[in-house]
Design a protein around this ligand. Structure first.
Ligand SMILES: C[S@@+](CC[C@H](N)C(=O)[O-])C[C@H]1O[C@@H](n2cnc3c(N)ncnc32)[C@H](O)[C@@H]1O
Length: 290
């Protein structure tokens, strides 16, 4: 059982991403490259109608989704971008990138997972690589859905798929490959060690914790809904696309659902994608509000 409080998950995420903001764009180029392959299809779906859209990017980070929208030339279909995030440093980084753009941006620092109330309802809401950081993902999604117009789209992208981790076969292979990789590379991520130290200092100073978290604990709690970190499987966390659809009940229909990426080995991933369609390590999901 996880006995860590939701408020601590929230604060860990805020401070972790504050500390990661400056180097976030350069640290994981392979992830951005992979996600950029999914987004053209997603954008084609959600911008299919000829109209001006109000767009909410929840957990907007350094503005990855907005960048993809500009790169694919859909910015003219957005009347207003609402970029919400728990980390002020992430927001600052994104704001700097888009200061010359003529489209309207509303930047907002979220302080808790309490309800957000936008002054207007939105046509498209997205969470790119965000849901797995939340202590109470269902609650946040229901709230976002309240702010979505009927007929509007909810996009979840780059989320860990619980079905991958609960499959003895596909997850078993993953564990073997990871053990082999660890024999050859015992590299410690120096930036993460540094973040761990600074984050603990801040949490202790603010009386949020008494004892420092270990490097492993921080990873586990920041990526709270990833069912396995450092080889340990935690059956109490995580979700699959089907779980999300069940949470939202008959208020939504599924427009597209796709799992992808098994082991980052091109040929094996291609074969597994065909055989184990619902068990990829990651997924994206496009829902339409009824
Ligand atoms: C992995 S980053 C993804 C950022 C961006 N969407 C992207 O795709 O590059 C996760 C983002 O979620 C934000 N975040 C974490 N917990 C959050 C919460 N409870 N509410 C809102 N944002 C949160 C972080 O600050 C961070 O910017």
């Amino acid at each position: 059982m996880n006995i860590i409080k939701p408020e601590i998950i929230l604060k860990l995420n805020e401070y972790f991403h504050d500390l990661e903001a400056l180097t976030y764009d350069s640290r994981h180029p392979e992830i951005f490259a992979q996600e950029k392959k999914n987004w053209p299809e997603i954008l084609k779906t959600v911008f299919s109608e000829d109209k001006n859209n109000i767009f909410l990017d929840y957990g907007s980070g350094t503005g990855f989704v907005e960048e993809v929208i500009y790169e694919n030339n859909y910015q003219n279909k957005v009347e207003r971008f609402y970029c919400y995030d728990i980390s002020q440093e992430m927001l600052n980084k994104a704001q700097e990138k888009f200061k010359e753009k003529k489209e309207e941006f509303v930047w907002h620092k979220i302080n808790s997972d309490e309800n957000i109330n936008l002054s207007e309802s939105v046509d498209i809401a997205c969470l790119n690589s965000v849901l797995h950081h939340l202590a109470e993902p269902k609650k946040v999604l229901l709230n976002i859905l309240d702010n979505l117009k009927s007929g509007g789209y909810l996009v979840l992208e780059h989320e860990p798929n619980k079905k991958f981790y609960s499959s003895k076969f596909v997850f078993g292979i993953f564990k073997i490959l990871r053990s082999i990789k660890n024999i050859f590379s015992k590299k410690v991520d120096k930036k993460l060690v540094d973040i761990t130290m600074q984050l603990n200092q801040r949490m202790i100073q603010e009386n949020l914790i008494k004892e420092p978290f270990s490097y492993q604990e921080i990873q586990r709690y920041v990526d709270f809904q990833v069912p396995a970190s450092f080889g340990k499987l935690n059956k109490n966390v995580g979700f699959s696309p089907q779980d999300i659809v069940a949470w939202l009940g008959d208020t939504v229909t599924v427009e597209k659902s796709k799992t992808y990426s098994f082991y980052n080995i091109k040929l094996i991933d291609m074969i597994f994608n065909k055989i184990f369609k619902s068990k990829g390590k990651l997924f994206y999901l496009i829902l339409k509000k009824k």
